[in-house]
Write a protein that binds this ligand. Structure first.
Ligand code: C2O
Ligand code: CU
Length: 461
Protein backbone atom coordinates (compact mmCIF):
# COMPACT_ATOMS: atom_id res chain seq x y z
CA UNK A 1 0.00 0.00 0.00
CA UNK A 2 2.05 2.85 -1.28
CA UNK A 3 -0.66 5.11 -2.52
CA UNK A 4 0.42 8.03 -0.42
CA UNK A 5 3.92 7.83 -1.81
CA UNK A 6 2.43 8.42 -5.22
CA UNK A 7 1.21 11.83 -4.32
CA UNK A 8 4.35 13.51 -5.50
CA UNK A 9 4.02 11.68 -8.82
CA UNK A 10 0.45 12.86 -9.10
CA UNK A 11 1.60 16.40 -8.57
CA UNK A 12 4.49 15.98 -11.01
CA UNK A 13 2.27 14.71 -13.81
CA UNK A 14 0.23 17.84 -13.45
CA UNK A 15 -3.01 16.00 -14.08
CA UNK A 16 -5.98 18.15 -13.23
CA UNK A 17 -8.73 16.69 -11.13
CA UNK A 18 -12.14 18.18 -10.68
CA UNK A 19 -13.52 18.60 -7.20
CA UNK A 20 -15.96 15.91 -6.14
CA UNK A 21 -18.92 18.18 -6.64
CA UNK A 22 -20.62 20.82 -4.59
CA UNK A 23 -20.31 20.11 -0.93
CA UNK A 24 -21.27 23.42 0.57
CA UNK A 25 -24.84 24.53 1.24
CA UNK A 26 -26.38 22.79 4.21
CA UNK A 27 -29.51 21.00 3.04
CA UNK A 28 -32.65 23.01 3.63
CA UNK A 29 -34.26 19.80 4.81
CA UNK A 30 -33.83 19.03 8.48
CA UNK A 31 -32.93 15.45 7.59
CA UNK A 32 -29.38 14.24 7.78
CA UNK A 33 -29.14 10.89 6.09
CA UNK A 34 -26.26 8.62 7.05
CA UNK A 35 -25.87 6.25 4.17
CA UNK A 36 -23.63 4.10 2.04
CA UNK A 37 -22.40 5.66 -1.20
CA UNK A 38 -19.86 5.11 -3.94
CA UNK A 39 -17.80 8.22 -4.59
CA UNK A 40 -14.77 9.10 -6.68
CA UNK A 41 -12.41 9.51 -3.75
CA UNK A 42 -9.25 8.48 -5.59
CA UNK A 43 -7.97 10.12 -8.77
CA UNK A 44 -10.08 9.44 -11.86
CA UNK A 45 -7.99 6.56 -13.16
CA UNK A 46 -9.03 4.55 -10.10
CA UNK A 47 -12.47 3.12 -9.52
CA UNK A 48 -14.99 4.52 -7.10
CA UNK A 49 -14.75 3.92 -3.37
CA UNK A 50 -17.58 2.77 -1.13
CA UNK A 51 -17.92 5.08 1.86
CA UNK A 52 -20.36 5.71 4.69
CA UNK A 53 -21.23 9.38 4.62
CA UNK A 54 -23.70 11.97 5.78
CA UNK A 55 -25.87 12.53 2.69
CA UNK A 56 -23.58 10.04 1.01
CA UNK A 57 -20.66 12.48 1.01
CA UNK A 58 -17.30 12.55 2.74
CA UNK A 59 -17.03 15.03 4.28
CA UNK A 60 -20.75 15.40 4.84
CA UNK A 61 -22.64 18.61 4.13
CA UNK A 62 -21.40 21.69 5.91
CA UNK A 63 -23.78 22.88 8.60
CA UNK A 64 -23.44 26.63 9.08
CA UNK A 65 -25.42 28.70 11.55
CA UNK A 66 -25.19 31.95 13.48
CA UNK A 67 -23.98 32.01 17.07
CA UNK A 68 -26.87 31.32 19.42
CA UNK A 69 -28.95 29.61 16.73
CA UNK A 70 -30.77 26.35 17.09
CA UNK A 71 -29.65 23.34 15.08
CA UNK A 72 -32.23 20.72 14.26
CA UNK A 73 -31.45 17.61 12.28
CA UNK A 74 -33.25 14.31 12.04
CA UNK A 75 -30.50 11.75 11.74
CA UNK A 76 -31.87 8.99 9.54
CA UNK A 77 -29.77 5.86 9.72
CA UNK A 78 -29.48 4.28 6.31
CA UNK A 79 -26.35 2.38 7.32
CA UNK A 80 -26.05 -1.36 7.89
CA UNK A 81 -24.93 -0.65 11.49
CA UNK A 82 -26.27 1.31 14.45
CA UNK A 83 -24.92 4.84 14.72
CA UNK A 84 -25.15 8.18 16.54
CA UNK A 85 -23.89 11.68 15.81
CA UNK A 86 -21.67 13.73 18.12
CA UNK A 87 -21.35 17.53 17.73
CA UNK A 88 -17.71 17.87 18.62
CA UNK A 89 -16.78 20.94 20.68
CA UNK A 90 -20.29 22.29 21.17
CA UNK A 91 -21.24 23.15 24.76
CA UNK A 92 -24.37 21.19 24.22
CA UNK A 93 -27.34 19.93 26.16
CA UNK A 94 -26.12 16.52 27.40
CA UNK A 95 -29.06 14.61 25.87
CA UNK A 96 -27.95 15.84 22.43
CA UNK A 97 -24.25 14.95 22.76
CA UNK A 98 -24.71 11.85 20.64
CA UNK A 99 -22.60 9.36 22.58
CA UNK A 100 -24.09 5.93 21.97
CA UNK A 101 -24.05 4.05 25.25
CA UNK A 102 -23.80 7.12 27.48
CA UNK A 103 -26.17 9.89 26.40
CA UNK A 104 -28.42 7.93 24.04
CA UNK A 105 -29.07 4.50 22.62
CA UNK A 106 -27.37 3.82 19.33
CA UNK A 107 -29.77 4.52 16.46
CA UNK A 108 -30.61 1.20 14.80
CA UNK A 109 -30.48 0.81 11.02
CA UNK A 110 -33.58 2.43 9.48
CA UNK A 111 -34.37 4.24 12.71
CA UNK A 112 -33.90 7.95 13.27
CA UNK A 113 -33.11 10.38 16.07
CA UNK A 114 -33.95 14.08 16.34
CA UNK A 115 -31.01 16.25 17.31
CA UNK A 116 -32.06 19.68 18.51
CA UNK A 117 -29.68 22.03 20.29
CA UNK A 118 -28.45 25.60 20.65
CA UNK A 119 -24.89 26.57 19.69
CA UNK A 120 -23.70 29.05 22.34
CA UNK A 121 -20.20 29.68 20.96
CA UNK A 122 -19.02 30.96 17.60
CA UNK A 123 -16.23 28.97 15.98
CA UNK A 124 -15.14 25.98 13.94
CA UNK A 125 -16.64 22.69 15.08
CA UNK A 126 -17.45 19.38 13.47
CA UNK A 127 -19.80 16.47 13.71
CA UNK A 128 -19.03 12.79 13.44
CA UNK A 129 -20.33 9.32 14.17
CA UNK A 130 -19.97 8.25 17.80
CA UNK A 131 -20.73 4.56 17.73
CA UNK A 132 -17.84 2.33 16.78
CA UNK A 133 -16.15 5.60 15.84
CA UNK A 134 -12.87 3.91 14.96
CA UNK A 135 -14.73 2.30 12.05
CA UNK A 136 -17.53 4.76 11.26
CA UNK A 137 -15.41 7.91 11.19
CA UNK A 138 -12.80 6.08 9.09
CA UNK A 139 -15.54 5.15 6.61
CA UNK A 140 -16.34 8.84 6.15
CA UNK A 141 -19.00 9.87 8.70
CA UNK A 142 -17.93 13.40 9.53
CA UNK A 143 -18.58 16.99 8.44
CA UNK A 144 -18.02 20.61 9.42
CA UNK A 145 -20.24 22.55 11.82
CA UNK A 146 -19.51 26.25 11.49
CA UNK A 147 -20.91 28.79 13.92
CA UNK A 148 -20.55 32.35 12.66
CA UNK A 149 -19.78 35.39 14.77
CA UNK A 150 -22.54 38.00 14.75
CA UNK A 151 -20.31 40.56 13.01
CA UNK A 152 -18.47 39.56 9.83
CA UNK A 153 -14.66 39.69 9.90
CA UNK A 154 -12.54 41.90 7.69
CA UNK A 155 -11.57 39.17 5.23
CA UNK A 156 -12.05 38.59 1.51
CA UNK A 157 -13.28 35.02 1.83
CA UNK A 158 -12.98 31.91 3.89
CA UNK A 159 -12.35 28.24 3.31
CA UNK A 160 -13.31 25.29 5.48
CA UNK A 161 -10.57 22.69 5.09
CA UNK A 162 -11.19 19.20 6.45
CA UNK A 163 -8.01 17.16 6.55
CA UNK A 164 -8.34 13.41 6.56
CA UNK A 165 -6.39 10.31 5.81
CA UNK A 166 -7.80 7.10 4.46
CA UNK A 167 -6.49 3.59 4.51
CA UNK A 168 -7.14 2.44 0.94
CA UNK A 169 -6.29 -0.75 -0.85
CA UNK A 170 -4.99 0.70 -4.14
CA UNK A 171 -5.78 -2.49 -6.05
CA UNK A 172 -9.49 -2.35 -5.29
CA UNK A 173 -9.84 1.38 -4.49
CA UNK A 174 -11.75 0.29 -1.38
CA UNK A 175 -11.29 1.28 2.24
CA UNK A 176 -9.21 -1.40 3.95
CA UNK A 177 -11.56 -3.33 6.22
CA UNK A 178 -9.01 -3.68 8.96
CA UNK A 179 -10.92 -1.75 11.60
CA UNK A 180 -9.84 -2.74 15.06
CA UNK A 181 -6.61 -4.35 13.85
CA UNK A 182 -4.45 -5.22 16.87
CA UNK A 183 -1.59 -3.14 15.57
CA UNK A 184 -3.73 0.00 15.28
CA UNK A 185 -5.25 -0.54 18.70
CA UNK A 186 -1.89 -0.97 20.39
CA UNK A 187 0.38 1.41 18.45
CA UNK A 188 -0.24 4.85 16.93
CA UNK A 189 -3.80 4.16 15.77
CA UNK A 190 -5.20 3.65 12.28
CA UNK A 191 -2.99 5.68 9.97
CA UNK A 192 -4.02 6.05 6.36
CA UNK A 193 -2.07 5.99 3.11
CA UNK A 194 -4.15 8.53 1.20
CA UNK A 195 -4.40 12.07 2.51
CA UNK A 196 -7.18 14.39 1.47
CA UNK A 197 -8.56 17.86 2.06
CA UNK A 198 -12.33 18.09 1.64
CA UNK A 199 -12.24 14.64 0.05
CA UNK A 200 -9.65 15.61 -2.57
CA UNK A 201 -5.97 14.77 -2.40
CA UNK A 202 -4.65 17.86 -4.14
CA UNK A 203 -7.16 20.53 -3.31
CA UNK A 204 -6.44 23.80 -5.06
CA UNK A 205 -8.18 27.17 -4.68
CA UNK A 206 -7.83 30.31 -6.78
CA UNK A 207 -6.89 33.48 -4.89
CA UNK A 208 -5.77 37.02 -5.61
CA UNK A 209 -2.47 38.43 -4.38
CA UNK A 210 -2.76 40.24 -1.05
CA UNK A 211 -6.18 38.80 -0.37
CA UNK A 212 -6.92 38.04 3.25
CA UNK A 213 -8.47 34.62 3.90
CA UNK A 214 -9.87 32.91 6.91
CA UNK A 215 -8.97 29.23 6.87
CA UNK A 216 -10.85 26.86 9.14
CA UNK A 217 -8.76 23.69 9.50
CA UNK A 218 -10.36 20.54 10.92
CA UNK A 219 -8.52 17.26 11.46
CA UNK A 220 -11.01 14.45 10.88
CA UNK A 221 -8.41 11.68 10.68
CA UNK A 222 -8.53 8.74 13.05
CA UNK A 223 -4.99 9.08 14.25
CA UNK A 224 -2.84 11.23 12.01
CA UNK A 225 -1.17 14.24 13.60
CA UNK A 226 -0.68 16.81 10.86
CA UNK A 227 2.46 18.92 11.04
CA UNK A 228 1.81 21.95 8.86
CA UNK A 229 3.50 25.11 7.66
CA UNK A 230 2.65 28.04 5.42
CA UNK A 231 4.39 28.89 2.18
CA UNK A 232 3.54 32.02 0.19
CA UNK A 233 1.02 32.85 2.88
CA UNK A 234 1.57 34.93 5.96
CA UNK A 235 -0.74 33.98 8.75
CA UNK A 236 -1.95 34.21 12.29
CA UNK A 237 -3.65 31.58 14.40
CA UNK A 238 -6.76 33.30 15.71
CA UNK A 239 -8.64 30.40 17.30
CA UNK A 240 -8.01 26.87 18.56
CA UNK A 241 -10.80 24.29 18.76
CA UNK A 242 -13.31 27.03 17.96
CA UNK A 243 -12.23 29.34 20.78
CA UNK A 244 -10.57 32.68 19.93
CA UNK A 245 -7.08 33.32 21.24
CA UNK A 246 -6.74 36.40 23.40
CA UNK A 247 -4.15 37.62 20.90
CA UNK A 248 -3.61 36.25 17.38
CA UNK A 249 -0.38 34.26 17.20
CA UNK A 250 1.77 34.78 14.11
CA UNK A 251 2.64 31.51 12.38
CA UNK A 252 6.37 30.92 12.36
CA UNK A 253 7.67 27.53 11.36
CA UNK A 254 5.41 24.53 11.82
CA UNK A 255 2.20 24.06 13.73
CA UNK A 256 0.41 20.92 14.82
CA UNK A 257 -3.15 19.81 14.12
CA UNK A 258 -3.87 16.66 16.12
CA UNK A 259 -6.91 14.44 15.54
CA UNK A 260 -10.19 16.29 16.23
CA UNK A 261 -8.45 19.63 16.70
CA UNK A 262 -9.31 22.76 14.74
CA UNK A 263 -7.26 25.82 13.95
CA UNK A 264 -8.65 29.05 12.55
CA UNK A 265 -6.07 31.00 10.59
CA UNK A 266 -6.18 34.41 9.05
CA UNK A 267 -3.71 34.47 6.16
CA UNK A 268 -2.59 37.04 3.63
CA UNK A 269 -1.60 35.79 0.20
CA UNK A 270 1.96 36.97 -0.41
CA UNK A 271 2.94 34.57 -3.22
CA UNK A 272 3.51 36.21 -6.59
CA UNK A 273 0.81 36.21 -9.23
CA UNK A 274 1.20 33.10 -11.39
CA UNK A 275 2.64 31.07 -8.54
CA UNK A 276 0.91 29.48 -5.57
CA UNK A 277 0.81 29.64 -1.82
CA UNK A 278 0.48 26.41 0.12
CA UNK A 279 -0.49 24.83 3.33
CA UNK A 280 2.44 22.47 3.51
CA UNK A 281 2.26 19.13 5.25
CA UNK A 282 5.52 17.78 6.64
CA UNK A 283 5.85 14.06 7.04
CA UNK A 284 9.18 12.71 8.22
CA UNK A 285 11.66 14.45 5.93
CA UNK A 286 9.29 15.16 3.11
CA UNK A 287 6.88 17.96 2.50
CA UNK A 288 3.71 17.92 0.44
CA UNK A 289 1.22 20.50 -0.66
CA UNK A 290 -1.84 19.87 1.49
CA UNK A 291 -3.76 22.75 -0.09
CA UNK A 292 -2.58 25.01 -2.94
CA UNK A 293 -3.75 28.58 -3.39
CA UNK A 294 -3.15 29.50 -7.01
CA UNK A 295 -2.57 33.23 -7.31
CA UNK A 296 -4.54 34.16 -10.42
CA UNK A 297 -4.28 37.92 -10.25
CA UNK A 298 -2.98 41.05 -8.58
CA UNK A 299 -5.10 42.59 -5.90
CA UNK A 300 -4.49 45.47 -3.56
CA UNK A 301 -1.04 47.02 -3.80
CA UNK A 302 -0.43 47.06 -0.11
CA UNK A 303 -0.91 44.69 2.79
CA UNK A 304 -3.39 45.17 5.58
CA UNK A 305 -2.40 45.62 9.19
CA UNK A 306 -2.13 42.46 11.30
CA UNK A 307 -5.56 41.16 12.39
CA UNK A 308 -6.93 41.75 15.86
CA UNK A 309 -8.46 39.04 18.02
CA UNK A 310 -11.84 37.45 17.27
CA UNK A 311 -14.59 38.37 19.72
CA UNK A 312 -14.33 36.05 22.73
CA UNK A 313 -16.97 33.46 23.57
CA UNK A 314 -18.48 33.82 26.99
CA UNK A 315 -16.73 31.32 29.29
CA UNK A 316 -16.35 31.13 33.05
CA UNK A 317 -12.69 31.64 33.98
CA UNK A 318 -11.40 28.92 36.32
CA UNK A 319 -9.76 30.14 39.52
CA UNK A 320 -6.94 27.70 40.13
CA UNK A 321 -6.63 28.51 43.82
CA UNK A 322 -9.21 26.27 45.44
CA UNK A 323 -9.70 24.08 42.35
CA UNK A 324 -10.40 20.42 42.88
CA UNK A 325 -7.31 18.43 41.88
CA UNK A 326 -7.78 15.31 39.80
CA UNK A 327 -5.29 13.18 37.99
CA UNK A 328 -5.34 10.84 35.06
CA UNK A 329 -2.49 8.44 34.42
CA UNK A 330 -2.41 7.07 30.88
CA UNK A 331 -0.61 3.75 30.53
CA UNK A 332 -0.30 0.77 28.24
CA UNK A 333 0.08 0.19 24.54
CA UNK A 334 2.90 -1.52 22.73
CA UNK A 335 6.30 -1.02 24.34
CA UNK A 336 4.62 0.66 27.29
CA UNK A 337 5.75 -1.85 29.88
CA UNK A 338 2.33 -2.16 31.51
CA UNK A 339 1.85 -5.56 33.15
CA UNK A 340 -1.91 -5.44 33.45
CA UNK A 341 -4.86 -3.43 34.65
CA UNK A 342 -8.29 -3.76 36.14
CA UNK A 343 -10.94 -4.85 33.67
CA UNK A 344 -14.25 -4.31 35.41
CA UNK A 345 -13.64 -5.61 38.94
CA UNK A 346 -10.93 -8.05 37.92
CA UNK A 347 -7.19 -7.52 37.72
CA UNK A 348 -6.11 -8.74 34.30
CA UNK A 349 -2.75 -9.41 32.80
CA UNK A 350 -1.75 -7.59 29.61
CA UNK A 351 -2.23 -10.89 27.80
CA UNK A 352 -5.82 -11.21 29.03
CA UNK A 353 -6.48 -7.62 28.13
CA UNK A 354 -5.16 -8.14 24.62
CA UNK A 355 -7.45 -11.08 24.13
CA UNK A 356 -10.40 -8.74 24.50
CA UNK A 357 -8.82 -6.04 22.32
CA UNK A 358 -7.79 -3.80 25.20
CA UNK A 359 -4.34 -2.28 25.44
CA UNK A 360 -4.61 0.87 27.52
CA UNK A 361 -5.54 1.92 31.02
CA UNK A 362 -6.56 5.12 32.77
CA UNK A 363 -5.56 5.19 36.45
CA UNK A 364 -4.96 1.46 36.37
CA UNK A 365 -8.27 0.46 34.79
CA UNK A 366 -9.21 -0.36 31.23
CA UNK A 367 -11.58 2.48 30.44
CA UNK A 368 -15.03 2.59 28.97
CA UNK A 369 -18.42 4.08 29.65
CA UNK A 370 -19.74 1.34 31.88
CA UNK A 371 -17.50 1.77 34.89
CA UNK A 372 -17.57 4.50 37.50
CA UNK A 373 -16.87 8.06 36.34
CA UNK A 374 -13.43 9.58 36.83
CA UNK A 375 -15.18 12.17 39.00
CA UNK A 376 -18.61 13.36 40.05
CA UNK A 377 -18.52 17.14 40.13
CA UNK A 378 -20.90 19.62 41.58
CA UNK A 379 -22.27 22.24 39.27
CA UNK A 380 -19.92 25.20 38.94
CA UNK A 381 -16.99 23.43 40.58
CA UNK A 382 -13.52 24.26 39.23
CA UNK A 383 -11.33 21.31 38.33
CA UNK A 384 -7.64 21.05 37.67
CA UNK A 385 -6.83 17.74 36.03
CA UNK A 386 -3.27 16.53 35.69
CA UNK A 387 -2.88 14.22 32.69
CA UNK A 388 0.23 12.09 32.52
CA UNK A 389 1.09 10.27 29.32
CA UNK A 390 3.14 7.35 30.55
CA UNK A 391 3.14 5.63 27.14
CA UNK A 392 5.42 5.84 24.12
CA UNK A 393 2.71 7.22 21.81
CA UNK A 394 1.11 10.66 21.52
CA UNK A 395 -2.55 10.99 22.47
CA UNK A 396 -5.13 13.67 21.67
CA UNK A 397 -7.33 13.88 24.75
CA UNK A 398 -10.85 15.21 24.23
CA UNK A 399 -13.39 16.31 26.82
CA UNK A 400 -17.01 16.49 25.76
CA UNK A 401 -19.39 19.26 26.75
CA UNK A 402 -16.97 21.87 28.09
CA UNK A 403 -13.81 23.52 26.88
CA UNK A 404 -10.83 23.58 29.22
CA UNK A 405 -7.77 25.77 29.54
CA UNK A 406 -4.38 24.20 29.07
CA UNK A 407 -2.40 25.29 32.14
CA UNK A 408 0.96 26.72 31.11
CA UNK A 409 4.13 25.55 32.88
CA UNK A 410 4.25 28.88 34.76
CA UNK A 411 0.79 28.19 36.15
CA UNK A 412 -1.07 30.70 34.01
CA UNK A 413 -4.12 29.76 31.97
CA UNK A 414 -3.32 28.91 28.37
CA UNK A 415 -5.73 28.68 25.44
CA UNK A 416 -9.18 27.16 25.66
CA UNK A 417 -9.35 23.83 23.91
CA UNK A 418 -11.50 20.74 23.68
CA UNK A 419 -8.70 18.42 22.54
CA UNK A 420 -5.15 18.56 23.86
CA UNK A 421 -2.21 16.64 22.44
CA UNK A 422 0.15 14.91 24.87
CA UNK A 423 3.39 13.74 23.36
CA UNK A 424 5.02 10.60 24.76
CA UNK A 425 6.00 11.13 28.36
CA UNK A 426 4.31 14.52 28.52
CA UNK A 427 2.38 15.81 31.53
CA UNK A 428 -0.24 18.55 31.18
CA UNK A 429 -2.71 20.15 33.53
CA UNK A 430 -6.04 21.31 32.22
CA UNK A 431 -8.54 23.42 34.12
CA UNK A 432 -12.21 24.13 33.65
CA UNK A 433 -15.36 25.18 35.42
CA UNK A 434 -17.78 22.25 35.43
CA UNK A 435 -20.80 24.29 34.44
CA UNK A 436 -22.54 21.97 31.98
CA UNK A 437 -24.58 19.27 33.72
CA UNK A 438 -24.54 15.71 32.45
CA UNK A 439 -22.31 12.77 31.62
CA UNK A 440 -19.33 13.78 29.56
CA UNK A 441 -16.77 11.53 27.92
CA UNK A 442 -13.07 12.12 28.28
CA UNK A 443 -11.14 10.02 25.80
CA UNK A 444 -8.30 9.77 23.37
CA UNK A 445 -9.32 10.91 19.88
CA UNK A 446 -6.94 8.46 18.30
CA UNK A 447 -10.11 6.47 17.81
CA UNK A 448 -8.51 3.04 17.93
CA UNK A 449 -7.09 3.94 21.33
CA UNK A 450 -10.49 4.98 22.63
CA UNK A 451 -11.83 1.60 21.50
CA UNK A 452 -9.02 -0.18 23.33
CA UNK A 453 -9.38 1.33 26.79
CA UNK A 454 -8.53 5.04 26.56
CA UNK A 455 -11.88 6.32 27.66
CA UNK A 456 -13.50 7.56 30.82
CA UNK A 457 -16.22 10.05 31.73
CA UNK A 458 -17.10 12.67 34.27
CA UNK A 459 -20.41 13.56 35.74
CA UNK A 460 -21.55 17.11 36.45
CA UNK A 461 -24.55 17.49 38.72
CU1 C2O B 1 -14.97 13.96 18.57
CU2 C2O B 1 -15.97 11.61 21.74
O1 C2O B 1 -15.49 12.75 20.12
CU1 CU C 1 -4.36 7.68 22.25
Amino acid sequence: MTLKLNRRQFIATGTAFAALGARSAAAASPELNARVADIQLLPKDYGSTRIWGFEGMAPGPEIRVMQGARVQRRLVNGLPDATSTHWHGIRIDNAMDGVAGLTQEAIAPEASFDYDFIVPDAGTYWYHAHNRSFEQVARGLHGALIVEEPDPLDIDHEEVLILDDWLIDPDTAQIAETFGAMHDLSHAGRLGNYITTNGTYNLSKPVIRHERLRLRLINAANARIFRLALDGLEGWIVALDGMPLVQPREVEGTFILAPAQRIDLIVDVIAETGSAGHIVQLDRNESFSQVAFEVTGDGAKSRRAAPGPLPPNNHAMPQLAGARDLSLLMEGGAMGGMRGAMMGRRMSSMRDMMQSGNFWAFNGSVGGMNGAPLASLSHGETVRLKITNDTVFPHAMHLHGMHFHEVEPDGSLGPLRDTTLLERGEVRDIAFVADNPGKWLLHCHMLSHAAAGMMTWIEVA
